[in-house]
Structures are given as C-alpha cells and as structure tokens.
Write a protein that binds this ligand. Structure first.
Ligand SMILES: NC(=O)c1ccc[n+]([C@@H]2O[C@H](COP(=O)([O-])OP(=O)(O)OC[C@H]3O[C@@H](n4cnc5c(N)ncnc54)[C@H](OP(=O)(O)O)[C@@H]3O)[C@@H](O)[C@H]2O)c1
Length: 408
C-alpha cells in the first residue's frame, strides 16, 4: 500500500497527476454487489507516509465561516485539502471523523480541533446535535461515499463529496434524493472547475479559439505500485469500481465535456485486465473510450494504472489546437494555443483551486449561490461511466440520451 500511495502522490505532485468478462460484472454491478453483501465498512487506516501536520493552529475565521467535519483522514485530506482551509475565505475545520484514534489525536491537536469534536465512525450520528458543524466533507474511498453522504444529510448537514460521486448512478440518485429531503446542499469536489488553467481553457473553447472542435484526446495514467485488494482500496472492486476510470480517468471524461460544452450522443470502449497480476485481480489496468458528440466532435479518452505517468488534454479544431499538459494536476499546469494567435498561457496559480472550491461551496451554503459542480453533474458522470463499461462489455456502440442515460 505504501508503494502505491507514494508512487501516486509523487506522480501527481510532479505534475504528471466492470470488470472483464472473466469477472462477469460491471463496475456498477460491483456497487450492487457491495450492497448485497451488506456494504464495505469504514475502517481506520494508518497515518499516510510523509504527512506534514501544521505547527500552528489555523487562523480565526469570520463569524459566518462554515464549519466542516472532515470524514476520512487519508492522503488527500491530510496532504491537500486540510492545509488549504486556511486560504479559504469562510471555511474552517470544526470536526474530524476517523476510524484511527491515534490520527484523531494527532490531527486534532495539530488543527486545533476540540477533543469533543473528534468523532469515530461509530459516533458519527452524534454530529446531528453539534452546532459547530454546518457541513461534512466526505474524503472516504469511493464505495463509501453514498452511505456517508446519506448519513450526513440525515444529521442535517450540507455535503461536499469527493469525486467520483459513487460507484453507481443508482447510488448518486439516492444521494440527491437525501439532499433534497434534508433541504441541504450537495456539491462534488471537482476541483478543476475552480482551477485557473481549466477555467481559461473553457473560455477559450467558448470563444472558438481553435475554430470548431473536431477532436479531444486525453490521458490520465500512472503505474500503480505493488498492492493487493486487502492493502489498498484502489485495487478493491467494492470500494473502487473498475479502477482507473473512476479514480483518474474521470478528469479526462470531465474535460471532454467542459471543453466541448456538449454531452456525447454515443460511446464505444475497451478495457484490459492482465491475468496473474495481483494489482488487477479485481480492477482494470486500462480503460479506453471514444465519445461522439452531436457537433461531430470525437473524444478519445485513455486511462491506465499500469503505464508511466501522464495527464494531458488536447483539443484540435478546424483552426488550431489547445494543448494542456499537465492538464488537471494539483500544480504545474502548462497550456498553449497552436493557432494563428499562438501563445502560452499562465492564467494563475493552480493551487488556488482547493480554496476556491471551498469558497464556492460556502457561498452556496451561506448565500444560496448556484452550485457549479452539483450532484446532478456527479450523476451524469456516473451514467457515462456505466455506459463506457457497458460498451466495453458488449463490444458495441452505446447510444446516449442527453442526460447521459443509455438508450435501449
Ligand atoms: N480531488 C482530487 O484531486 C482527489 C485526489 C485524491 C483522492 N481523491 C478522492 O478522495 C477520496 C479519498 O482518497 P485518498 O487518496 O485520500 O485515499 P486514502 O489516502 O486511502 O484515504 C482514505 C481514508 O478513508 C478512510 N477509510 C475509511 N474506511 C476505509 C476503508 N475501508 N479502506 C480504506 N480507507 C478507509 C481512512 O481514514 P481514517 O483512517 O481517518 O478512518 C483512510 O485514511 C477518494 O474519493 C478519492 O477519489 C480526490
């Protein structure tokens, strides 16, 4: 597990960053299977390697700051998001939820979280009566998102949920229904929608900077270290679905949609799972898909857990191309236009994406601002992921309705 996590973190920081017929199931049916078996439980894990906890508690926030309970103190929460709360205008860490008591103590002390605001998973329901908590940020393995988001809504809290929303469109629908019942906000933590390079790319494509878009190509890959399903949830089908597509390739899928500004009308796909490699006993090594859009544009998306790291998006139009490489990293983005007006872009510091995402959510909670990365967007993406797996499993092109549902 250590190797896997370390390799991925290094790769992403460097800027680079269902299941085959033999398993006779799709990623979405993996979720159904998980439910049939009573689900996979939230369980505490060791403190990830290399985490740097703050040496001074976070600064005080404005009185209308939104208090978050962070659920799951793993690599992404501790290394990326929790340190960024300090940069947000009105978001603060009010509570932490973890299955590891030692982490609760160490992380709680470092972030100045009061002892009575450090919850185990078993005690989670008690957050309902904790007025310090306005919202819950779900940073658990994907197969646990639906259950814990629904529990958070039952406790009367707003929810910011990590990507992908869940492992099936049915679970996404349950989450949206729970949000509506509780009259609480639901937002997906799709950070690229708050990152200056991707925002500039969206504007450029709207302005037809490459003419009419004809081709989008994107790839998100890294080489997963030695691992086994029992050691790391990313290799566990019940927690990760089909693997790289849900975890990493979702950035390529998202880019294809926000760069073209269209929904695909059909999809074809292929998956690969090597035999005899314990990393891929439950998940795919690669997923490649091809989306066709109503305008005639075609997107080719590839994602892999077993090839050297890369993370790019290229858009080619009738008058030029936009090259983003790396495209959706935590930092180090590069973007250039190859057209009549050729140039490099430096629209801002990509690291603002984390705090801006928090500020967008708190604006929705406090001021009712419309959410850009809604639960409906998360649901749409899960429908497309299901269509990709259905196309791969049947070897046929799947036609899609405008909301991403498969046409029968
Ligand atoms: N937006 C992004 O750029 C980005 C990047 C990376 C990850 N993510 C998302 O963030 C979420 C967490 O990913 P991560 O990389 O932080 O994973 P991670 O390092 O493995 O951490 C996951 C944490 O979840 C908790 N957990 C509860 N039940 C678990 C179980 N059965 N197996 C494993 N962990 C369990 C553990 O926290 P405790 O020990 O505290 O209980 C664990 O440390 C995923 O949804 C992932 O897709 C998003």
């Amino acid at each position: 597990m250590v190797n896997n996590v370390t390799t991925r973190r290094r790769f992403i920081q460097a800027g680079g960053g269902v299941v085959a017929a033999s398993l006779a199931a799709t990623a979405s049916s993996a979720a159904t299977l998980a439910q049939a078996r009573g689900g996979t439980r939230a369980m505490g894990q060791p403190l990830p390697e290399g985490v740097k906890l703050p040496s001074t508690p976070p600064r005080r926030k404005r009185p209308d700051s939104v208090g978050f309970a962070i659920v799951g103190l793993g690599g992404y929460a501790l290394n990326q998001m929790m340190p960024r709360f300090d940069q947000a205008e009105r978001a603060h860490i009010a509570a932490i939820v973890s299955g590891n008591p030692d982490k609760l103590r160490r992380v709680g002390d470092a972030y100045g979280v009061p002892e009575d605001a450090r919850y185990s998973y078993d005690a989670f329901a008690r957050i309902a009566s904790d007025d310090r908590i306005d919202a819950v940020y779900i940073v658990l393995p994907t197969g646990l998102h639906a259950e814990w988001a629904i529990r958070a809504f039952a406790a009367g809290k707003h929810v910011l949920c990590e990507k992908p929303m869940a492992l099936s469109s049915a679970d996404c629908e349950r989450m949206i229904a729970a949000s509506r019942r509780a009259d609480r906000k639901l937002m997906l933590a799709y950070r690229s929608h708050f990152e200056p390079y991707n925002l500039e790319a969206m504007t450029l494509m709207e302005q037809k900077a490459v003419g009419a878009i004809r081709l989008v190509r994107s790839e998100q890959s890294y080489r997963m270290g030695p691992t086994s399903p029992s050691e790391n949830w990313r290799a566990n089908r019940m927690l990760a679905g089909g693997g790289p597509l849900e975890d990493y390739g979702i950035y390529g899928l998202q880019s294809a949609l926000y760069l073209t500004g269209e929904m695909p009308e059909s999809v074809s796909a292929t998956t690969f799972r090597p035999t005899g490699d314990p990393r891929f006993s439950e998940i795919f090594a690669h997923v490649a898909s091809q989306l066709r859009f109503p305008s005639g544009a075609v997107a080719q998306l590839v994602t892999s857990y077993d090839s050297a790291g890369t993370n790019f998006a290229h858009v080619r139009g009738t008058d030029g191309a936009l090259i983003m490489d790396p495209a959706t990293s935590y930092s180090g983005q590069k973007m250039r236009l190859e057209a009549r007006n050729a140039r490099e872009f430096a629209p801002g510091d990509p690291s603002v994406q984390f705090a801006r995402q928090l500020d967008h959510f708190t604006n929705a909670v406090r001021d009712g601002e419309a959410i850009r990365t809604s639960g409906e967007m998360g649901l749409r993406d899960l429908r497309l992921i299901e269509a990709i797996y259905a196309a791969a499993e049947t070897g046929r092109t799947v036609n899609l309705a405008p909301d991403g549902r498969m046409r029968r």
